[in-house]
Design a protein around this ligand. Sequence first.
Ligand SMILES: Cc1cc2nc3c(=O)[nH]c(=O)nc-3n(C[C@H](O)[C@H](O)[C@H](O)COP(=O)(O)OP(=O)(O)OC[C@H]3O[C@@H](n4cnc5c(N)ncnc54)[C@H](O)[C@@H]3O)c2cc1C
Length: 473
Amino acid sequence: MKTYEEYLESLRDGREVYYRGERVEDITTHPILKHTPRFLGRLHHGEGLTEQQIEDYFFVHPETGQRLSKFYKIPMSSEDLMERYKITYNFTKDSLVNIAHIGSDMFTAMKMVSHYMGDEYAARADKFSDYLINNNPILAGAQMDVKGDRSLRPSQQKDPDLYVHVVEENTDGIIVSGAKTHTSWAYGANEILVIPSRAMGPEEEDYGISFVIPANTKGIRMICRPALEAETAKLPMENVRMRISGHFTEAMVIFDKVLIPWDRVIVYKNGAVASQLALAFALNHRFTAVSYRASLATFLVGMTKLISEYNGVEKVAHIVKNMATLISYAEIQNVCAKVAAYECQIDPKTGIALPNPLYTNIGKLYSNQQHMKSKEAVIDTAGGMAITAPGAEDYLNPELQKDIDKYLAGHNVSGNDRFKLFLLLREGLGLYGGLEDVAELHAEGSMWPSIMELSRGYDYTDIKKTILDFIEE
Ligand SMILES: Cc1cc2nc3c(=O)[nH]c(=O)nc-3n(C[C@H](O)[C@H](O)[C@H](O)COP(=O)(O)OP(=O)(O)OC[C@H]3O[C@@H](n4cnc5c(N)ncnc54)[C@H](O)[C@@H]3O)c2cc1C
């Protein structure tokens, strides 16, 4: 996996992947799934990037000489977190697609908590770390269980497999069953990292586990979510192809009595450490969320501004207000990500830097809550053409293209140029946008956990005392 070609070859390893009901023998040649390795090759091997981008997003590991993505640097300071924010923000901007590097967010959290499990477990995490810096594998992060009845705890479910758990242990390792779901790019990964999806109680030690396992391990079955096929991909709009047709999908990852060798078990039957891991990962991943969402929001700013200019309405009062809504949406998230990096917390045992929980959760919650309002501002500005523009095939028909050029002309802009912007908008908001809405509300966690953490974690002491002092005066 050291090079892009080796990575592609590594995916032809007998992994059990299904797409729309069919077993996929080779994802690198599948008409839809092949886009994921292309995208991951860009992210991890610099495929198609400029020299400047390679310098910005990669580093040469001092011990191995292997070129690695900067996402694989474990953050040890505020500066490191700031760098992570920047690569997430800029890679998203350069790719027109969100970069939520879940594998490294999870690996950092696993490495940290392995030290709370004791030396033997810390040594296993170090061993995997050595493997990572030598071989440059691509990691998927599987936290979310299928969860069954949400009102019941893992141990209370009728079927114990609704949360991933240990069913047996022997001298070779542990045997696990259950299913994780929504796992991004799992079928294109070399290794799947698994952690618990929630805090585990003392009666749930079989669920208090974490491990790392190759994606082709016997007993792992992945059912992919069907992808959307983009109209922009049919046009010579090379730069936007990555966004829709080059995007990755998620998978349900089923563990059907899978053997995990002991040296790949990072947390074992320890509810307290498992809970610490779930929380540390969630914090890292929400920081990633705020960083890429700030960047994605700037696309809304740019598209809406262009549309308002093309439509000749950019100076109209309510359109100016829409722009202010969108600019605030983008930049408030940006500020939260930067301050979360700047005011980070250092884990006392390992020195690993964790983003500030207050600013991370506020940024993430704000992003969730304002997403629909930001879309309203875009759609109000764009008008119905945000959905009703002709299609890519019409544009490719020379006769119809003449009509498009004539009848879709706007303020100082040709019909063809205005059409392409609307096509992008339709895919961004109307088609792909349905997926984006769900992702903006649920990916990196729903709103409720952020609300809980804000209300539990906020330090009310000083301000309560100040008010009480006023009353007493
Ligand atoms: C595009 C996308 C990509 C993703 N990628 C990954 C990934 O790579 N890896 C990964 O592990 N996960 C991934 N996720 C999963 C994401 O973290 C979850 O979608 C999110 O945490 C919500 O969980 P859920 O979807 O199971 O919804 P549910 O848990 O069913 O939540 C639905 C609603 O019910 C509420 N609810 C549920 N249970 C309770 C409870 N016990 N008490 C109170 N309220 C409750 C929630 O707060 C929410 O409002 C991804 C999700 C999306 C949409």
